[in-house]
Design a protein around this ligand. Structure first.
Ligand SMILES: NC(=O)c1ccc[n+]([C@@H]2O[C@H](COP(=O)([O-])OP(=O)(O)OC[C@H]3O[C@@H](n4cnc5c(N)ncnc54)[C@H](OP(=O)(O)O)[C@@H]3O)[C@@H](O)[C@H]2O)c1
Length: 325
């Protein structure tokens, strides 16, 4: 089969389309004939040599796919050859076939195309696990979503809107902020021109955000703590603004607030399975009733994976970039 490999880490041209062996499946895995793979910011880091796959997983990039089940491990129940699925992966998605733990499979939701389904697993699992399972966002609470037009942001806005939360977002252009508004965001903050702490304070009578979903890390740490409400929860999922910052524990203590950082890829298989099951129970019905939809910016053929990476690096996307086999 063909897959994208990274013989030498580097810029987008480091991605090479290669002939590689078909993956073998274990008893609790299925083989998926890939239709499409999602491109994630983590893939860019892996390509540059900064985010190695966990031990024992595929070395090819790709954290999510959609496709058709083509073979079943001896211990797999509940799935059949020919099923249309999408899946959360630890790697290996930029390929024509991939081995997937059966517990990380999801059916393609009713009403969603096989290709578009590849836009769902990583963002649905990341947002559900962080904003809802960990930060416990409640109806009527305010959530600040940094990078609102990102793949993650577009899913977070829609899920928070479906819950009945009040949504603030940051983005770098007015066009992206309008896209966020169309998805359900109310408080729109251009991070290049405005201070999100001030705008949020004005919009919430000084109360701040109950939950913040942050992709920036160190550069926003102090301001995120300032923007938190009493009992607020800051969940850091990205480090685009650096890894080391100074935490004002006094400010945190006065608010009885929490700072949490998580990574989906590194979690044990049982935790991933629990997240996938929760997403199937809570998020899939919202997608099947068209309250929440995959937001696909652009699709590239697998052979043009380098162009797909350049698109994400240029931040010209609203929503997800996909590769098709
Ligand atoms: N921990 C986990 O388990 C996990 C899982 C999935 C994703 N993530 C992380 O989630 C983030 C989003 O992932 P993605 O794949 O959806 O990426 P993406 O579509 O490439 O989005 C990146 C976003 O970062 C925004 N951004 C850049 N500088 C910013 C700033 N100073 N303030 C606010 N936003 C800024 C960009 O906004 P503009 O385009 O408007 O500049 C863009 O929306 C990434 O950091 C990724 O690593 C983490």
């Amino acid at each position: 089969m063909r897959a994208i490999t990274i013989p030498t880490p580097g810029d987008a041209s480091a991605l090479v389309l290669d002939e590689v062996p078909t993956p073998e499946i274990t008893a609790d895995e299925v083989l998926v004939q890939v239709a499409a793979a999602g491109v994630n910011r983590a893939d860019l880091m892996q390509r540059r040599g900064f985010y190695p796959p966990p031990p024992g997983t595929s070395t090819y990039p790709g954290l999510e796919v959609s496709g058709t089940v083509s073979a079943l491990g001896s211990g797999v129940t509940g799935w059949s050859v020919g099923d249309k699925v999408c899946a959360l992966l630890s790697g290996g998605g930029y390929a024509e076939q991939v081995a997937v733990p059966a517990a990380q499979l999801l059916p393609v939701p009713d009403g969603i195309s096989l290709i578009d389904a590849a836009a769902l697993p990583e963002v649905a699992c990341t947002v559900w696990s962080n904003v809802f399972m960990t930060a416990n966002l409640q109806p009527g609470q305010t959530v600040l979503i940094h990078g609102g037009s990102s793949g993650i942001g577009t899913m977070a806005i829609q899920l928070a809107a479906a819950l009945g939360a009040r949504i603030a977002v940051t983005a770098g252009t007015s066009e992206k902020l309008e896209a966020c508004r169309a998805l359900g965001a109310e408080i729109l903050i251009n991070y290049r021109e405005q201070d999100f702490v001030e705008v949020l304070a004005d919009a919430t009578q000084g109360l701040g955000a109950d939950v913040i979903l942050d992709n920036i890390g160190a550069k926003y740490l102090a301001r995120n703590v300032s923007a938190l409400a009493v009992n607020g929860r800051l969940v850091i999922i990205g480090l685009q603004g650096g890894v080391k910052g100074e935490l004002d524990i006094g400010a945190l203590l006065q608010k009885s607030a929490a700072v949490i950082a998580t990574s989906l890829r590194g979690r044990p298989a049982a935790e991933k399975a629990a997240i996938v099951a929760a997403v199937r129970e809570h998020v899939w019905p919202l997608i099947e009733s068209a309250l929440v939809k995959p937001v696909v910016h652009r699709t590239f053929p697998l052979a043009l994976a380098a162009d797909a990476h350049r698109e994400l690096e240029a931040s010209s996307n609203v929503g997800k970039v996909l590769l098709t086999t």
